[in-house]
Design a protein around this ligand. Structure first.
Ligand SMILES: C[S@@+](CC[C@H](N)C(=O)[O-])C[C@H]1O[C@@H](n2cnc3c(N)ncnc32)[C@H](O)[C@@H]1O
Length: 222
């Protein structure tokens, strides 16, 4: 029986090739101008030796980290994206769904100093996954999450709930993606329930834009 969660991952199976093209042609302006650099600096700023990139997609962040001497490991639930990430870089990339990670039925290594999730936490029930990620980190390890800024993404309806991304304005063929909009307090409460404490919060901005381009939070294990 399809659920928004299964439809979400299925949309990535359908959109994988279009996504690879969008990222590799640099066609998403907010990424080029603001958010790619924001997540990269957030990770580099903590000087980790070993990083897990959760929902790594086609692997641009793995490559950027590897170029800077950081041992990065990727995991994603879409086989086409995993294949593309493996082919374009040197980092190990695991194929696994968030459900498998939450249930700990796959081995993707542990003792990570930092886990990053760049626009990759899109489903509703994130707490089991967050608890599983906690167990993959060293004591005091960090979790960096970049996501759509809830105040701009809310479109006048500032409450938790499923929304639909239609990818209007993107080149190519796209299947609409269900995603779960989360208010700021909902993010912080979910992370708190998984035993993470907030250590930094940024709202990366472009000087010519009146609204933030993302919300970038770094948490540490308690
Ligand atoms: C918006 S893309 C971001 C990709 C990458 N982090 C980046 O910055 O380009 C979201 C990613 O999350 C992955 N993803 C979404 N839901 C997933 C799930 N349930 N299990 C595993 N991966 C999932 C998708 O396959 C996709 O690669």
């Amino acid at each position: 029986m399809p659920t928004p969660e299964t439809d979400l991952l299925q949309s990535w199976h359908a959109n994988a090739q279009s996504w690879i093209a969008a990222i590799r042609t640099g066609s998403i302006e907010s990424r080029q101008q603001v958010t790619d650099q924001a997540i990269l600096l957030a990770v580099l700023g903590r000087q980790p030796e070993r990083v897990l990139d959760l929902g790594c997609g086609e692997g641009w962040l793995l490559r950027a980290l590897a170029e800077r001497g950081i041992k990065a490991v990727g995991v994603d639930g879409d086989p086409t994206l995993v294949k593309a990430a493996r082919a374009a870089g040197t980092s190990p990339v695991h194929l696994a769904s968030y459900q498998a990670l939450a249930e700990a039925t796959v081995d993707i290594g542990n003792n990570y100093e930092l886990i990053c999730a760049n626009f990759a936490l899109l489903h509703q029930d994130i707490i089991p996954l967050l608890c599983a990620l906690h167990a993959l980190l060293i004591p005091g390890g960090a979790l960096a999450i970049q996501t759509l800024h809830p105040w701009t993404a809310a479109c006048g309806n500032y409450q938790d709930g499923w929304r639909q991304e239609t990818f209007a304005g993107f080149q190519g063929q796209w299947q609409p993606m269900p995603w779960y909009m989360r208010t700021l307090s909902s993010w912080l409460n979910a992370l708190d329930m998984a035993d993470f404490r907030l250590v930094s919060l940024q709202e990366p901005q472009h000087p010519q834009s009146a609204v933030p381009q993302s919300l970038l939070m770094v948490f540490q294990t308690r």
